[in-house]
Design a protein around this ligand. Structure first.
Ligand code: AMP
Ligand code: MG
Length: 409
C-alpha cells in the first residue's frame, strides 16, 4: 500500500494546465485567467454624487446652516448645464455628474427645500468631497483586475464589465469523459433484468464534474471486456482532456480496466493500492502523448465519490489552471464516537458539518457506512479524515474536508 499523498503526487506531477483560449465573459465564469487583466479605463470615469441630495460649494456651508439658491437638477446620465457659483446649489441624484465648481453633496435628508422661492436650507457643515466620488476611486488605469491564476467569479465579472470588457483569456475548461464498466450495468430506465443494477456512477460523476467547472462528456457503459473498454477509453482520449472509468480496478476475475490502462498508457500507467478507505484500488496513467490523464476508480459508488475527491478533482483543477487544488480543510469538533480499528489506512468518513453555537464547526457521522451505501451518505457535506488507530471520541478534533459549504438539508 502507498500513502494517499504519494498517489496524489504521482497524479499531479504528470499534469500541466490546458492551453489558453479567449471566451466571452459569460463562458469564462469559474475559469482561471491565463494572463493578467489590466484596467484601461478609470471607474468611475467622472466626478459624481454618491447620494441623492444637493451639489454645493463646501465653502458656502462653513458658517453653519445656510440657504442656497437652487439653479437646476442633474439626474444620472445627464450632463450639468451650467457651472455652480457661490451661493448656489443644484439638486443631484446618485451617479449624476458633479457640476463644475461644486465640490460637495449634502444628502436630501439633511436639507429642507422651499420650492416656492427655489431655495434649499443646507443644515450641516460639509467638507470638500463629501459624498463625491472621484474618477478612478474604484479602478485606476493600470490596476490589475484579475491576475493570472485567479478565478473569474461572478463578482469579478462585474469588475471586468465595468471596464467594457466582454471577453477574457482563460485556461480551457477541461472536457472530461466518463465511462462505467461492468456487465451488470443498465444505463436505461425500465425494469431491470435479473442480476443487473442501474449505473449510478456515471450520472453522479457527470454531475460532480459540472459542479467542479468541467465540461462532462458521457462515454456510456462498457461491459467487462478488454476490447470494448479499450475502444471506449481510446475514444475518450481522442475527444477529451481527461477520462474517468469506474469499476474493474480491483482484483476480481474481470477487473480489466487496470490492464487496459497499462496497454493504452505507453508505460506510464500505475495500479495503486492506496492506504485509504474507501477507495483503496486506484489506477492512473496518461495517454495521447502523455497529455490525457486516465483515472480508473473503484466501482462502489461511495468509493467512486471519495476517489474522485481525493485524486480526480485536484487533478482536473490543475488542468484548469487553478493554483489551489485542494478543498478547504478545517479542524472540526466530533460530536459522536467514531470507532475504527487499526488497518494502516486513512478512513474518509462522510459527515454532516454545521456551525455550532460555540463558533466552531461540529461534525456528526452519516447514519450508516459502507462503500455500496450511497444513499446513506449522499446528503453529507464533508469528509472527515480519521487517522489510523483505534478511533476517536466525541470532543476530539478531526481534520475535515469541506465538500459543500452549505448544509444539504
Ligand atoms: P468493481 O469495482 O467493478 O469490482 O465493482 C464494485 C461494486 O460496485 C460492484 O458491486 C458493482 O456492481 C458496483 N458498481 C460498479 N460500477 C457501478 C456503477 N457504475 N454504478 C453502480 N454500481 C456500480
Ligand atoms: Mg466490475
Amino acid at each position: 500500500m502507498i500513502e494517499v499523498a504519494e498517489a496524489r503526487s504521482f497524479v499531479l506531477e504528470r499534469l500541466t494546465p490546458l492551453e489558453s483560449v479567449r471566451v466571452t465573459l459569460d463562458d469564462g465564469l469559474g475559469c482561471v485567467a491565463s494572463e493578467p487583466i489590466v484596467a484601461t479605463e478609470p471607474v468611475p470615469g467622472f466626478r459624481n454624487s454618491s447620494m441623492d441630495g444637493y451639489a454645493v460649494l463646501a465653502s458656502d456651508t462653513a458658517g453653519g446652516p445656510v440657504r442656497l439658491r437652487v439653479v437646476g437638477t442633474v439626474l444620472a446620465g445627464d450632463v450639468p448645464d451650467r457651472r455652480l457659483e457661490a451661493g448656489e446649489a443644484m439638486r443631484i441624484m446618485t451617479g449624476a455628474p458633479m457640476p463644475e465648481g461644486a465640490d460637495a453633496v449634502c444628502m436630501i435628508e439633511e436639507t429642507i427645500d422651499d420650492p416656492d422661492d427655489h431655495t434649499v436650507l443646507i443644515s450641516r457643515i460639509l467638507d470638500e468631497r463629501h459624498y463625491v466620488r472621484l474618477p478612478g476611486d474604484d479602478v485606476a488605469v493600470g490596476q490589475v483586475l484579475v491576475d493570472t491564476g485567479s478565478v473569474v467569479t461572478g463578482a469579478r465579472m462585474g469588475v471586468l464589465a465595468s471596464q467594457g470588457l466582454s471577453s477574457v483569456s482563460v485556461h480551457r475548461r477541461p472536457r472530461v469523459g466518463v465511462l462505467s464498466t461492468g456487465d451488470e450495468l443498465s444505463g436505461s430506465g425500465g425494469k431491470l433484468a435479473r442480476g443487473k443494477i442501474r449505473d449510478s456512477n456515471r450520472p453522479m460523476l457527470l454531475a460532480l464534474l459540472r459542479e467542479s467547472g468541467c465540461t462532462p462528456i458521457d462515454l456510456g457503459i462498457a461491459g467487462d471486456d478488454i476490447e470494448e473498454i479499450t475502444a471506449v477509453v481510446r475514444r475518450g482520449v481522442d475527444e477529451c482532456d481527461a477520462v474517468i472509468a469506474t469499476g474493474g480496478v480491483s482484483v476480481g476475475d474481470v477487473d480489466f480496466v487496470k490492464s487496459v490502462l497499462s496497454d493504452i498508457c505507453e508505460g506510464t500507467a500505475r495500479w495503486m493500492q492506496v492506504a485509504m478507505r474507501p477507495g483503496k484500488p486506484f489506477a492512473f496513467g496518461t495517454a495521447g502523448n502523455g497529455s490525457t490523464p486516465i483515472f480508473g476508480l473503484p466501482g462502489n459508488p461511495v468509493s467512486t465519490r471519495v476517489s474522485f475527491e481525493m485524486f480526480v478533482r485536484p487533478a482536473l483543477r490543475r488542468l484548469a489552471g487553478h493554483r489551489i487544488l485542494e478543498r478547504t480543510t478545517i479542524n472540526m469538533v466530533l460530536d459522536c464516537p467514531m470507532p475504527r480499528k487499526p488497518d494502516g489506512k486513512l478512513h474518509l468518513v462522510h459527515v454532516d458539518s454545521r456551525i455550532h453555537p460555540d463558533g466552531r464547526m461540529h461534525i456528526e457521522s452519516a447514519s450508516r457506512h459502507g462503500s455500496h451505501l450511497m444513499s446513506a451518505v449522499a446528503s453529507a457535506n464533508a469528509l472527515a479524515m480519521i487517522p489510523d488507530g483505534g478511533g476517536l471520541e466525541p470532543g476530539d478534533i478531526v481534520r475535515t474536508l469541506v465538500l459543500c459549504d452549505e448544509t444539504n438539508d
